[in-house]
Design a protein around this ligand. Sequence first.
Ligand code: TMP
Length: 248
Amino acid sequence: MTKRRKLYEGKAKILYQGPQPGTLVQYFKDDATAFNAQKKGNIAGKGVLNNLISEKIFSGLEAIGIPTHFIKRANMREQLIKKVEIIPLEVIIRNVVAGSMAKRLGLEEGMELDRSIIEFSYKDDSLGDPLVAAEHALALGWVTDDELDQITAMTFRINDFMCGLFAGIGIRLVDFKLEFGRYVDENGDEVIILADEISPDTCRLWDLKTMKKLDKDRFRRDLGGVEEAYQEVARRLGVLPKGGLEGE
Ligand code: TMP
């Protein structure tokens, strides 16, 4: 793509001004961070794979009626998206105990939950994205009651869809993180839509047979085979590019 204005650079993505008003270009980097950027690295080809994996999942979600920011993929590392006002919450769904939940409650990773759990973290790097209750988000005006209801309903539908999608390719969807934004639609109405990305950076994905981790925990925990894990997820989803991962 030609020169355009960089609006924001995050840890894994860059947002550029889009070609039409109300649009942005989302560029996926190979950079990886963990533990609030205390650990930094690079996962070769990650940007390309996350772009393609996220496209696959967002397109599938659009097809079942979940509104998202995704418009179309522009090239191997970029997608055209709708510009939203991001709600400052990381919305986490857990199907199996792992990660911070296991640590916080002293539980074994891998325990199946009787029902899926939704959690919220306040999106603030300087505070390390602290866990908050829905009450905090409401009382502090980060979301309205109606918005929170919509986010919760959408999150459980997304979980159902994604559990099925991954089960179909031999993967257990352990947990994942979503972000939502406010978007003014064609009728001038403000609506809540799914934003950001869904990829092995933002999900825990375990092989159903071997329990092998196929996600960013391989990077966080120095397990090796990081690039291979991302490629394996892309391959099973049918989006691994045949011509290599050197996309500009
Ligand atoms: P956690 O167990 O560390 O709280 O992570 C829960 C899920 O959220 C896991 O699938 C990884 C994802 N996640 C992110 O996408 N971004 C983050 O900054 C963190 C901490 C987790």
